[in-house]
Write a protein that binds this ligand. Structure first.
Ligand code: AMP
Length: 464
């Protein structure tokens, strides 16, 4: 079959890379793609949010499956539009995508269905938000309701900072209509983890847990970015924790969305804070994470096209995931200045020499192809991803490759995976969790089993 992938980042390069490996796939198109994707797929100059043009393209080229990378086309209802024309597309419908599109909606769903999350209040007037902030005291987190390209969440150490955040969002309207309402949330303490699952609306198939690194500088200092690196699997999510996340977060969310008449099909992502009181949801996303996908998919042995097909056909209960053993790490190389202003158009050197490297892929994010050369074209430029029998191996290999790549003002974090190495001392390898199935009586049917293989034996595989 011919497949169309929508988007232009490292996540989409990873999806193209994985999907192109499927024996069912003849040709992969990507709209609009980037300099790296252009080397493995045919890039089509259509923006990810131009739904009518994407629809025309899919119709004309007889695309048999379209896969949506970023949230914006999902928010715009691309799945509903393709559905009306009988075109197969992987992702949630607009009504289900609301879980990411509106943090207020997500908060209300979490409250209604008893999903653990931070205590919070919702405001549509700045004065009331500020009165609440004074009453509660700092630290607090102020969140714009709508999509704000990952910038609408402000963690505030003082009451003054929280007041300024409300001003920025509601008065200065820095994120436009996304800031009509705000959520003021308690500041949760703990370690973060990304938990991503595939679902057809009935069965939930969790992928291995991973961890992102949001702040720009080492030791999680500085402003938040789209993500500076990731690793999988994340030992902070122990088998017991994974089972709790399925039971307390994923099953009630998928069931709840069905009850709301917003059946969720596609990728459901929960950004979690693992607190002393258990996992709490920071946010839901309705698509693959970036850069978590770069670390997860190289470990997935199963055919992603088959999995996506099972989601669309409602057959996910018949599928079992197969994983490669070991760990994967993605280190993002960014343009100096990111997430603030940065310059583009710098030639990237060292990529050709990496062609023969084993267990390494350099996923492209902000790159373009110009006169046969790869140049920088965005803030996050490359995601160097390596894998191996342990996280230490994967880290060593990945950083060796990172050091071979050069462009003016390039920047990367040196401590990706450091938390995993610390955890491993007290933790161990997690067998991927088996599926959780929900029947129409909304009971948990099937196995909800986090693997407990021999800890010592597994541990040997994790620690060199
Ligand atoms: P979100 O987009 O909601 O995941 O927020 C982006 C980042 O802000 C998260 O990855 C966390 O680092 C941080 N964050 C969000 N909500 C909270 C919270 N309630 N407590 C502490 N940190 C938070």
């Amino acid at each position: 079959m011919d497949v169309l992938i929508i988007g232009s980042g490292g996540r989409e390069h990873t999806l193209v890379w994985k999907i192109a490996q499927s024996s069912r796939v003849k040709k992969v198109y990507c709209a609009p793609g980037n300099g790296g994707i252009a080397q493995v797929a045919e890039c089509v100059p259509i923006q990810a949010t131009d739904v009518p043009a994407l629809l025309n393209f899919a119709r004309e080229k007889k695309i048999e499956l379209t896969v949506v990378g970023p949230e914006a086309p999902l928010a715009a209802g691309i799945v509903d539009e393709f559905g009306k024309e009988g075109l197969r597309i992987f992702g949630p419908a607009k009504a289900a995508a609301e879980l990411e599109v509106s943090k207020v909606f997500a908060k209300k769903i979490m409250r209604k269905y008893g999903i653990p999350t931070g205590e919070a209040e919702i405001f549509d007037r700045p004065r009331e938000a500020i009165a609440y902030i004074r009453e509660k005291g700092a630290p607090l987190v102020v969140k714009a309701d709508g999509l704000a390209a990952g910038k609408g969440v402000i963690v505030c150490r003082t009451v003054e900072e929280a007041g300024e955040a409300v001003d920025l969002i509601m008065v200065e309207k820095s994120f436009g209509a996304a800031g009509k309402r705000v959520i003021v949330e308690e500041c949760l303490q703990g370690e973060e983890a990304s938990f991503i699952a595939l679902t057809d609306g009935e069965t939930i198939l969790p992928l291995i847990p991973s961890q992102d690194h949001k702040p720009i500088y080492d030791d999680d200092k500085g402003p938040n970015t789209g993500g500076m690196g990731a690793y999988a699997q994340a030992p902070v999510v122990t088998p017991e924790m994974a089972a709790t996340v399925m039971e307390k977060v994923f099953i009630p969310t998928v069931k709840g969305m069905k009850e709301e008449g917003r059946k969720f099909r596609g990728v459901l992502y929960a950004g979690l804070m693992i607190t002393a009181a258990g996992p709490k949801v920071l946010e839901f996303n309705v698509r693959f994470g970036d850069p978590e996908t770069q670390a997860i998919l190289p470990l997935l042995d199963s055919d992603l096209i088959e999995l996506m097909g099972a989601c669309l056909e409602g057959n996910l209960n018949r599928v079992n995931l197969k994983w490669n053993e070991g760990a994967a790490v993605c280190v993002v190389i960014a343009s100096g200045g990111y997430p603030g202003s940065y310059r583009k158009g710098k030639e990237i050197q060292g990529l050709e020499e990496l062609a023969g490297e084993e267990d390494i892929v350099v996923f492209h994010a902000g790159t373009a192809l110009k006169d046969g050369k790869i140049i920088t074209a965005g803030g996050r430029v490359l995601g160097v991803t390596g894998w191996g029998s342990s996280i230490e191996h994967a880290l060593e290999k990945t950083y060796q490759v990172v050091e071979k790549i050069k462009f003016e003002d390039m920047y990367y974090r040196k401590d990706i995976g450091a938390k995993a190495l610390k955890e491993i001392e007290e933790s161990y390898y997690i067998d991927p969790i088996e599926m959780a199935q929900i029947d129409s009586d909304k009971r948990l049917l099937g196995k909800l089993k986090a693997g407990h293989s021999d800890v010592k034996e597994r541990r040997g595989k994790f620690v060199r």
